[in-house]
Structures are given as structure tokens and as C-alpha cells.
Ligand binder design. Structure first.
Ligand code: DGT
Ligand code: CA
Ligand code: CA
Length: 573
């Protein structure tokens, strides 16, 4: 138990008593104790040393508090605290995390309006109930609402896939309106393809904005309206996602699109460049004194600043503006460049469709070749294959190939890397395969050194061609494992082993930054869907957008090659 934990308990005691209207002297005593404990250089455990009396040397700590600290140090908690928390509830206490909301506010809110949580509080603000309470006003109601928005933003970001699908649905809905629209586009982090998206930004221009605004507000998944002005409408969906619709003038759509695509850092850098040229840039255009010199198209905005057009995925101020100044931006890989998908599961392991069904779906998706890569036996929950089943499965791939025309079906495996770095299948079967991808599925929590050594050991196997989802992360659920990529990339280059960019939107592994590092280390990438069903190929677009954020060109991505060239390119050294 650290001093900071004990401090927090006493702070919460004071807060909860205050919310309940408790004794003012007690409240003060807890606050004073909390402050003094926080400022103690020595650990309380050390001071305590088995005797509550020892604690009384700390200013503000008397008999009562010393006993409570003893209880915390010996049992890990404080019964009085638990009791108060039951009465106040953690949800009500959570309101205190909103900047500008103190215990006195929560006391009034709880007593007068019986609000149970932050969502209730948000509703009360939106229904103008908070401004009417004693001690609050219009301004504080506005501030509370703004704090809730910020707090939720920190709290909850969507996966790129969720954001993409929701935005697509809203855009489709808007396109169906009878009102004539000039331009309709997504902006913000969604357009930049960030792996997580805070809120959805949409830009629209048209002659009759009022008509569209009314139609927009009727979208079936909207729950609350936060703002409804002439240039901006903000709403919250039934899944608590904020959507900002910006109504802009068609004559400055380009500059507005640059502005609302961001990122903020990119915009700031653009403004700096403009200032240097004695120009001004904002959402209404680029201005030379008061004369507009660019506004209609994004390209024009960059052009008058003497910059090459910068694709949205690069707009993070991580060198793209410097590259655009000297005409040195990469020609980023596109979805249509992808010719093969080397990571696919079928009903033989944990997929939902047969080899033939997957092959037909791949053709539909415009691919020229795929590799069937089931799990290996260690991955029991996925019904992984042992040597014998795999041998049999290879015959089924041959049979499927005989039936499917116009798509090459390669023989592969996603072999599990065991804890010691050995592969989960025998070399005698691995050597029969066209493509071996190796991946970790268990025991993620080893040290950086052990994890790195484990992957290096797997790469020692001369049949391995690709390391799949190299960091094992699940966005928002499981952290990437601790790896030394400098070493791994170095060895991968020497041995000609590629790294996967797994396109599943909860994986996106390697991520954008690691892709860029791999590219700079001359390591090749393979963008795979990791499809478990016919629909899985649609994930490739998330892989592509991540690759673009990682500055990758078609040359950096091996599965942009035709099948024979691809097979040649993965030959081991
Ligand atoms: P998010 O929603 O947190 O995932 O990230 P963004 O980048 O979508 O941020 P958002 O929705 O707050 O704003 C959209 C874009 O609008 C942002 O990327 C840049 C632009 N923007 C927002 N606020 C400002 C601002 O105060 N100044 C400037 N120059 N641009 C801003
Ligand atoms: Ca946004
Ligand atoms: Ca926004």
C-alpha cells in the first residue's frame, strides 16, 4: 500500500461525507490528513512499523486517523470507506472526476434531482435543469456539459472499424435525402484513418442547409442533440458516439475540409508556413491580406503554400509537411494494389466457410491468390491442426484448386510459436507448404528480452516466411507485448522474413508507427485480412489505411506482387 493510495481513501472519505452533508470538522480532518500523507517523504508503512502511535508524528494525524491508517495498512481497506461508498455509490462519486464539479455541487444535484450517474447529469444539463438549481447558472451548466464531453472522450474512443461503419451508414442516409447536396465528405481522425476515433466529423455543402439539418436530426440512431446551429449540428447516437455535422459554403469546401480533417498539429504547422509567406490560412480559405487565393479545393490550399498535396493519412505533423516542401512524399499503397491475401482460416480450424467459399469470396474481392492458413494444434479452442490433419487438409486445398478457376490457392499454416520459440508443427510438414506464417497465441507476459528471443528463435526455423500480428495487441483490450523491434527487424531483413500488417480492426498489428519503422529498416510487409469468413476480406481496407499512415508504398508490401513474384520474394535467406 503506497502513500498515494491512502491519500486517495481519505480524500474520498471527505468527498463522500461532504456529499452526504456530514460533520464539517470531520471532513476537514480527513482533508488535512490526506494532504499531509501526500506530502510525506517516507512511506507510511515504514513509519507505522507495527505501532499506530508512530503515525501520530505526521501532522494532522491524531488517534482516530492513526487507527484508520493502521486498518488500511493491515487489511488493505477501510470499512468506514466501504460503507460510505455503498451509500453514495461509485457512480455518483465518479461525477467528481468532471473538472469544475465539486462535492458541494454533487450534494445539491443528488438531493434535488436524485441523479444517479454522469449520464443522468448530462441529460439534466441538456434539459436545462442544472442552471435552475441554487448555486448554478447557465454558465456552469455549459461548463459541466463541456466537461462531460471531454471526460467521455478520454474514456471512450471507437475502433476505426466501428467508426467507419457508423459514418458510412450516416453518409448513406444523408445521400438518400431529397435535398440536393453539393459535397458530402467525412473528415477528422476517421478520414485520417487513426486506429481509434473520438467522434465522427462530417462536412456537407448545399444550397438549402436548413432542409438537410432537419432530415439529419431524424437519423434513427440519434439520441440527443448537443448543438443545433447554422454551421454545426452535434448529436449523440444511442451508442454514445458524438457526430458533428458541419454545414459549409461550397466555395470554400477545400479549405474547410483541410481544417476539419486535421490533425490539429498538421493545421498549426500549415498556419506557420502560411505566416512565413505572409499569408493566412483558416477554414474559409488561404488569404493574401483580405484576398482569397485558395479555398475551393484541398489541392489548391496546399499548392498556394508551395506544398505537394498531402494525403489525409499522413497529416499528423510527423514529417509530411517537410517532405511535401521538397516534393518527397511517398506514393502510398492503395487497396487496388493488393493482389493476394496470405492469412485465411476455414471451417477446418475456426473459420466459418469452406476453402471453396473463401476462394470465391476472394475472387469477388478482386484478389488473384490466397493462402489457406489454419491454426496449428496448440491453439485448441480454434480446433488447430496437427501434422496428420494438415496433411489431409493439403489434399483438400488441391481439390478446391481444381474446382476454382482464376485464383491461385496457396498452401499455408499459421503455426503457433511456443513459449521457448519452437514451432508447434514438425519441419517435415512445414516444408510441404508454400507459405508459413508464425504467430504467438499464448504466454504473452514474458519480459522484453524473453519475448524478443522467442520470436528470434522462431525465425531461426528456415521455413518461416511471415511473422503474423507481431505485437499481439487487441486495441483497447490487450497491450502489445514487449519486443525489441530494432533487433527483430534487423534479423528479419537478414533472413528475408516479412512482417504482417493484420487488418482486423481490433488488431491493426503492426500499427502505423511500427510499419514506418519496419520500412526504414528495409523490412517487407504483408497486409493480410486474417479472414474467418467470406465477409472478412472487407477488413483489408483498414490494413491499407494503416499502411498508408505508416508511409508504405506498393513496393514495401509484398502481396502487391503477382503470385509467382510473391513466392520468389519470400524465399528464405
Ligand atoms: P478525435 O475526434 O479525437 O478522434 O480527433 P479529431 O482529429 O477528429 O478531432 P476533432 O473531432 O476534435 O476535430 C476535428 C478536426 O478539426 C481536428 O483534427 C482539427 C480541427 N480542429 C478542431 N479544433 C480545432 C482548433 O481549435 N483549431 C484548429 N486549427 N483546428 C481544429
Ligand atoms: Ca473527430
Ligand atoms: Ca469533432
Amino acid at each position: 500500500m503506497q502513500n498515494i493510495d491512502i491519500t486517495l481513501i481519505f480524500e474520498e472519505m471527505a468527498d463522500m461525507l461532504e456529499i452526504l452533508g456530514g460533520d464539517i470538522y470531520k471532513i476537514r480532518a480527513y482533508r488535512r490528513a490526506a494532504l499531509n500523507i501526500k506530502e510525506q517523504a517516507q512511506s507510511l508503512e515504514h513509519i507505522y512499523d507495527g505501532k499506530a502511535d508512530n503515525l501520530k508524528e505526521i501532522p494532522g494525524v491524531g488517534d482516530q486517523i492513526a487507527k484508520k491508517i493502521e486498518e488500511i495498512l493491515t487489511t488493505g481497506k477501510l470499512k468506514k470507506h466501504d460503507d460510505l461508498l455503498k451509500e453514495v455509490t461509485p457512480e455518483v462519486l465518479e461525477m467528481l472526476r468532471l473538472p469544475g464539479v465539486g462535492p458541494k455541487h454533487v450534494k445539491i444535484i443528488k438531493e434535488k434531482l436524485k441523479l444517479k450517474n454522469i449520464d443522468d447529469l448530462k441529460k439534466a444539463c441538456l434539459n436545462d435543469k442544472i442552471s435552475k438549481l441554487d448555486g448554478f447558472g447557465e454558465k456552469s451548466q455549459e461548463n459541466i456539459l463541456a466537461s462531460i464531453k471531454d471526460y467521455r472522450k478520454l474514456d471512450k474512443r471507437m475502433n476505426l472499424g466501428e467508426a467507419y461503419e457508423l459514418a458510412q451508414d450516416i453518409l448513406d442516409y444523408l445521400k438518400e435525402s431529397k435535398v440536393k447536396i453539393d459535397r458530402l465528405e467525412a473528415a477528422g481522425s476517421l478520414r485520417r484513418g487513426r486506429e481509434s476515433v473520438g467522434d465522427i466529423d462530417i462536412l456537407v455543402s448545399l444550397k438549402e442547409p436548413d432542409k438537410l439539418r432537419d432530415y439529419f436530426l431524424k437519423y434513427r440512431h440519434f439520441k440527443t442533440v448537443i448543438a443545433n446551429g447554422s454551421t454545426k449540428v452535434s448529436v449523440v447516437t444511442d451508442t454514445d458516439v458524438q457526430v458533428d455535422l458541419r454545414l459549409v459554403d461550397n466555395s470554400c469546401f477545400g479549405s474547410a475540409w483541410v481544417h476539419f480533417t486535421g490533425s490539429l498539429a498538421h493545421n498549426i504547422h500549415l498556419r506557420k508556413i502560411a505566416k512565413f509567406k505572409k499569408l493566412k490560412v483558416n477554414e474559409y480559405g488561404v488569404f493574401d491580406n483580405s484576398k482569397v487565393i485558395a479555398a475551393k479545393k484541398e489541392e489548391d490550399v496546399y499548392k498556394v503554400l508551395d506544398l505537394a498535396y498531402i494525403p489525409p493519412e499522413l497529416r499528423e505533423d510527423t514529417g509530411e509537411i517537410e517532405a511535401a516542401e521538397i516534393g518527397n512524399l511517398p506514393k502510398l499503397v492503395e487497396l487496388k494494389d493488393i493482389k493476394g491475401d496470405l492469412h485465411i482460416h476455414t471451417i477446418a480450424s475456426d473459420g466459418r466457410n469452406s476453402i471453396i467459399e473463401m476462394a470465391e469470396a476472394a475472387k469477388e474481392a478482386g484478389l488473384e491468390y490466397i493462402a489457406i492458413t489454419e491454426h496449428s494444434k496448440a491453439v485448441k479452442i480454434a480446433h488447430g491442426l496437427d501434422e496428420k490433419r494438415l496433411k489431409n487438409h493439403l489434399k483438400k486445398i488441391d481439390q478446391a484448386q481444381n474446382k476454382v478457376k482464376g485464383l491461385r490457392i496457396l498452401k499455408g499454416i499459421e503455426v503457433d510459436i511456443e513459449k521457448d520459440g519452437c514451432l508447434n508443427l514438425d519441419d517435415s510438414i512445414l516444408k510441404e507448404l508454400d507459405v508459413v506464417i508464425a504467430a504467438i497465441h499464448f504466454r504473452y507476459n514474458l519480459s522484453n528480452q524473453e519475448m524478443t528471443r522467442r520470436i528470434l528463435k522462431a525465425m531461426d526455423n528456415k521455413y518461416v516466411n511471415i511473422i503474423a500480428h507481431p505485437t499481439g495487441r487487441l486495441i483497447g483490450q490487450r497491450n502489445p507485448y514487449n519486443l525489441d523491434f530494432e533487433i527483430i527487424f534487423n534479423e528479419a531483413r537478414k533472413r528475408n522474413i516479412a512482417m504482417e500488417l493484420n487488418s482486423a480492426f481490433d488488431k491493426l498489428d503492426l500499427n502505423d508507427v511500427d510499419c514506418r519503422t519496419a520500412k526504414n529498416a528495409n523490412v517487407k510487409i504483408v497486409i493480410n485480412s486474417d479472414s474467418h469468413s467470406k465477409e472478412g476480406f472487407s477488413s483489408l481496407k483498414y490494413g491499407i489505411i494503416t499502411a498508408r499512415r505508416g508511409w508504405l508504398t506498393a513496393k514495401d508490401v509484398l502481396n502487391t506482387l503477382k503470385v509467382d513474384d510473391f513466392l520468389e520474394s519470400i524465399k528464405r535467406r
